[in-house]
Design a protein. Structure first.
Length: 317
């Protein structure tokens, strides 16, 4: 018989604490609405997801946790935010796990596993508001980028090499551009990382439609560039969801990673209430949660209680 191959298909983090009544509570997140996703859309569950190519269960869990909490929830008894994947990795490396498995025999024997890291965190009611504030700030940044991004996506006449961030070669990229509407000329300003002080200009003639389109996107880019320079000292711009790229000291790209908007809110739930719900058969309340989560809540609860019982230190911070 062929040996059973194990494959990690996903991982995540289940956060637990003791509330002020000394009850075990779990911090859960609510999925965003996704049309056609009946098993997950707008449902509560842990912070988890599918493993990307090359990810281990540990790196997958750390990434999913940081993304789905908007980096607003520190692990352990730490209080620093935004959390980083590096910090989370360091904590999860010493954390108990809950393993779910299923087996497939065709075309060859394979055991699929999903790993949940059971992480003790400080009980703070402020986490729900902290998540909301950070998520709202990220959405405001994304909304500001929208005009430029939409113009860039709908270009019909302007060549992409004109736009900041276009890579000409491993060391040469476009950092700015200009429009001479009277002469019907477009000029791309490029810089070489090996000689950043030298300006490289590429000028070419363009139609009236191309010049008008280029002028519209130039105004949008300059407004965005000024807005970034004026605000990038603010704490939200140090958030891992925001990526600002520079070439030779010039801003060439900014984006807010959509993976940080997977959850719309977070909240504390008592473990005993979740266990009772899983046994109740109340269809409408059951459908408020991810099925895989409630299907395993009794086993998850037993393991967490065992950890709490064996712990020699209190969970509250």
């Amino acid at each position: 018989m062929a040996a059973m191959e194990e494959k990690c298909v996903g991982a995540g983090v289940i956060c637990y604490a003791l509330d002020t009544d000394n009850e075990i509570v779990l911090l859960l997140g609510k999925e965003r609405e996704v049309v056609g996703w009946k098993q997950g859309s707008r449902r509560w569950g842990a912070f988890s997801g599918r493993a990307e190519d090359g990810e281990t269960s540990l790196t997958c869990a750390a990434r999913e946790f940081v993304e789905e909490t908007c980096a607003s929830v520190p692990l352990g008894l730490d209080s620093a935010v935004p959390t980083s994947i590096t910090t989370v990795l360091g904590h999860l490396g010493h954390t108990p796990i809950f393993r779910r498995t299923c087996q497939r025999t065709f075309p060859y024997p394979t055991e699929f596993t999903h790993i949940s890291y059971l992480s003790r965190i400080a009980y703070r009611e402020a986490y729900t508001r902290q998540f909301h504030i950070i998520r709202t700030q990220l959405m405001e940044v994304e909304a500001t980028l929208l005009e430029y991004q939409l113009l860039r996506k709908t270009l019909e006449h302007v060549p992409k090499l004109l736009l900041p961030g276009y890579v000409m070669s491993p060391t040469v990229s476009t950092v700015d551009f200009s429009v001479d509407y009277q002469q019907h000329l477009l000029t791309a300003e490029c810089r070489d990382a090996s000689n950043p002080l030298e300006k490289i200009e590429l000028t070419f003639s363009a139609s009236e439609e191309a010049c008008k389109e280029a002028l519209d996107i130039w105004h949008a880019w300059k407004a965005l560039e000024v807005w970034i320079v004026e605000r990038e000292h603010e704490p939200i711009f140090r958030h891992p969801a925001i990526q600002i790229l520079r070439h030779c000291g010039r801003i060439t790209h900014i984006e807010v990673r959509r993976s940080f908007f997977e959850k719309t809110e977070v909240a504390w739930w008592r473990l005993s209430d979740l266990e009772a719900l899983s046994r109740s058969g109340d269809r409408w309340r059951l459908e408020a949660f991810r099925r895989y989560f409630l299907d395993n809540i009794t086993d998850i609860g037993d393991q967490i209680r065992s950890i709490v019982t064996d712990a020699a230190i209190p969970l509250q911070a």
